[in-house]
Design a binder for this molecule. Structure first.
Ligand code: IDP
Length: 145
């Protein structure tokens, strides 16, 4: 059963992005070090600049939010690093490493809590559910699905 404890824990995959602010600040190695130190494993990694259509699809659930246009500008505004990461409960594990969406509220020891101050420029993305992970991995790395 997915998420069960012990030897039967099912391996999951999640999509992680080091967003353009993280790449511009030279934090790609820091993010990868933290997730590898946790025990998560890289399955795919690529530096790319997102076309607007892909960004709008990726953040489709936020289409009606006031920050959506600014979010799309930001995420397409420079190269990002897209990663597929694998491990037991990888989705929840990476969300815990990333910390809360608002870096000021994210706990110390988390990527956002240690390294960021602004809610939009919060360094990383991690899928928030198995359904989102499948959709996002399909969008970024169709060959993996
Ligand atoms: P998450 O990245 O922690 O899953 P979401 O609520 O899904 O958070 O928001 C997606 C991204 O949109 C955030 O990581 C952040 O970059 C941006 N964002 C969320 N809320 C705001 C806001 O109120 N103002 C500006 N940007 C925001």
């Amino acid at each position: 059963m997915a998420g069960s404890l012990g030897s039967r824990t099912v391996t999951e995959r999640t999509l992680v992005l080091v967003k353009p602010d993280g790449v511009a600040r030279g934090l790609v190695g820091e993010v990868i070090s933290r997730l590898e130190a946790k025990g998560l494993r890289l399955v795919a990694a690529e530096l790319r600049t997102l076309p607007r259509e892909v960004a709008e699809q990726h953040y489709g659930e936020h289409r009606d939010k006031p920050f959506f246009p600014s979010l799309v500008e930001f995420i397409t505004g420079g190269p990002l690093v897209a990663l597929v990461v694998e491990g037991p409960r990888a989705i929840e594990a990476f969300r815990a490493l990333a910390g809360a969406t608002d870096p000021v509220k994210a706990g110390p020891g988390t990527i956002r809590g240690d390294l960021a101050l602004e809610v939009q420029r919060n360094i990383v993305h991690g899928s928030d559910s198995p359904e989102s992970a499948a959709r996002e991995i399909g969008l970024f790395f169709p060959a993996l699905t």
